[in-house]
Design a protein around this ligand. Structure first.
Ligand code: COA
Length: 279
């Protein structure tokens, strides 16, 4: 289909009730990631990251795809034609926004509505949580067109799947549906497409009520400690909490106060009311 999108049109977004809904917006190309899309996605992430009206970011796709991975024409063939500088430039742009998303200030959720292939595993892993439609299809298709799963995709498979599953997934180039992706640990949950947005909205609303400084410290800690020894992690977690206190030292005191003094909530069962924080 010959739809010519401007760079700006390759990503769409709306902000509603504290949730930024960011959408890959090249449905006619199954939301494959072109250099234009990669550049625009970085701009959109930049624009949303510190907005006060954004508590949670959801990344999803227009049409039948979440993302069919890298655009074989525009990302591979066209940039290779420009030589090494073209290839490296395109890699920087795509890896750049995935890295930005991995360490994003706000909690992030991948809402995988359809196809998710190859390079799509970069942003999938970059999101803190992932929910898929049962109908979605995931695949490391690289082997089917003659390359290895690059752009971090092999790393994502090994991080999230067992060794045997990662190996099978990467070598066979078969798709798995959303349910299998959840069973394998590639996503948190899978549910019928018709119910997906409601579930993601409910999760986002829960996150939006938590202390945002604690959330950022927590999500970074989960990503960081994996490669640390126990002692290093123990030390890192002390330092990370103390650093978080320099941004918000009242929230945790309020959390204790509402439980111990007010008896207005139970931390085991939900979050304190951050709107009542003093100081
Ligand atoms: N790169 C470039 N173009 C892509 C693309 C990709 N990764 N994925 C889809 N498209 C384009 C197709 O070329 C086609 O363009 P056209 O209409 O100009 O001919 C259009 O998107 C629709 O694709 P089509 O294959 O007809 O859609 P489908 O719904 O029947 O199948 C897929 C969807 C995702 C299964 C199929 O498009 C596909 O296998 N894509 C490649 C997936 C892949 O290997 N990605 C890994 C890259 S790292």
């Amino acid at each position: 289909m010959s739809i010519e999108r401007t760079e700006e049109e390759t990503v769409a977004f709306t902000v509603e009730d504290g949730i930024a809904w960011v959408r890959f917006n090249r449905p006619e190309k199954r939301n494959s990631m072109s250099p234009k899309l990669n550049r625009q996605m970085m701009r959109v992430l930049d624009a949303l990251e510190f907005r006060d009206d954004v508590a949670v970011l959801v990344l999803t796709g227009e049409g039948t795809a979440w993302s069919a991975g890298m655009d074989l024409q525009e990302y591979f063939r066209d940039t290779e034609a420009l030589g090494l500088a073209g290839t490296r430039g395109a890699q920087r742009e795509s890896y750049g926004w995935w890295r930005r998303l991995r360490w994003y200030q706000k909690p992030t959720i991948a809402m995988v509505n359809g196809w998710c292939f190859g390079g799509g595993y970069g942003p999938l892993f970059a999101c803190d949580l992932a929910f898929a439609a049962d109908e979605a299809q995931f695949g490391l298709s690289e082997i089917n067109w003659g390359i290895l799963p690059g752009g971090g995709a092999t790393k994502v498979a090994v991080e999230l799947l067992s060794f045997r599953r990662a190996m099978y997934h990467a070598m066979m180039g078969e798709t798995i549906d959303g349910r299998t992706a959840a069973e394998w640990g590639l996503v948190n949950e899978s549910l019928p497409l018709a119910d997906l947005k409601a579930r993601v909205t409910a999760v986002a609303q829960v996150l939006a009520k938590k202390n945002p400084v604690a959330l950022k410290a927590t999500k970074d800690a989960v990503r960081r400690v994996g490669v640390m020894t126990y002692d290093e992690a123990e030390d890192y977690l002390i330092r990370a909490q103390e650093a978080a206190n320099s941004y918000d030292n009242e929230g945790r005191k309020e959390g204790i106060r509402q439980f111990i003094d007010d008896k207005s909530y139970k931390p085991g069962l939900g979050a304190y009311d951050k709107t009542k924080t003093r100081g």
